[in-house]
Design a protein around this ligand. Sequence first.
Ligand code: ATP
Ligand code: MG
Length: 429
Amino acid sequence: MSKSLQAIRGMNDILPEQTPLWRYFEGTVARLLDNYGYKQIRMPIVEFTELFKRSIGEVTDIVEKEMYTFEDRNGDSLTLRPEGTAACVRAVLEHGITGGGQVQKLWYIGPMFRHERPQKGRYRQFHQIGLEVFNLDGPDIDAELIIMTWRLWGELGIRDAVKLELNSLGTSESRGRYREALVEYLSAHHDKLDEDSQRRLKTNPLRVLDTKNADTQAVLVDAPKMADYLDDDSRAHFEGLKARLDAVGIPYVLNPKLVRGLDYYSKTVFEWVTDKLGAQGTVCAGGRYDGLVEQMGGKPTAGVGFAMGIERLVLMLETLEQIPEEISRQVDVYLCAFGEEAELAGLALAERVRDQLPNLRLQVNAGAGSFKSQFKKADKSGALYALILGDDEMAQQVVGFKPLRGQGEQQSIAWDALAAHLATCVVQG
Ligand code: ATP
Ligand code: MG
């Protein structure tokens, strides 16, 4: 195939054999969020470039080198969203739904775009489920976000394979004081830092903390510790969060080097990480951003949120073989009809059954075919039962009911009794 007819590198088709698992995952999360009282919001995929520069920060990896930015026909600079928080804050401000201290507990789902090096668990179009809470400033809501994800891992059967890492970044003032101390220390060891860290020291010094370079890591051993610079309020907030996690029995590890890639975080930051996916180990990450709404032109508004990477979590389910059996079977019953008259009767019969059993997954054979070929298709569909309409059945106004997975003999069922019979043998999702 010529190059222009291929998908863009790092942007993937999700094929029909994969979508059942995606839908299972998305459905599980959506139900959980509904049950905890979160409401869905849907934002556009494209926003003004300025939005991301202002919220994410000019000197972050995302804004410096990962955004898909282009000029539209009006000459406006637009960007495919690299994350959801900025657009969500823009939306709540634009519609005034956080004004007067109104609490909003919101979630969203959809594609995000970053020009990164594609590899397992890292793509250029990827999908997130994200969540943002506005106007609640206590540790109780930080705890709720983590408790909710903990429940999700439990429901998905992957709880043993993830680990919670926690840190507090303090307020922007305490972080500022820490940043100064860190810069002073690192500047004194400038020559021992790797090139990237030398650059970050000037632009975004906290990011030096999560360097992968061993020499720089050695320098960091004796660096000032963020925990020693926390203000009282942040310290109390962090203690409050830990007490709640302890009360529910959620294990965590404190990671003083966890700073997150984006500029806007304050106080709580957390990541759920796994060692099952190789280098791309973070499956869900978030934190508090009490200064962001103001930074974007709103009134001071507390905010906290997280985002999880759907590709990485789907990969986890596959890797750990936590795929529920029922999601791979998509057909309950397959109807075969032989001859024109039977085909017409079959169509009408199928619609009557669907009226009575709206959740039944009933597939009607299309494209006619011999007895043998229709049977083969019925079997291949994964259906539990085949329904058969031939000359004999038509004459008697019955349908042949044939178990396909070895659960007994074929029987004849009267047309009027078919729905009731199916209701007894097919568990409907
Ligand atoms: P990483 O450190 O892996 O690059 P990040 O800190 O850039 O992640 P966030 O911006 O916090 O990620 O996004 C939240 C989640 O979205 C991540 O924890 C991850 O699961 C997922 N994610 C981020 N970037 C990608 C990507 N390029 N491809 C697939 N999933 C991603
Ligand atoms: Mg990243």
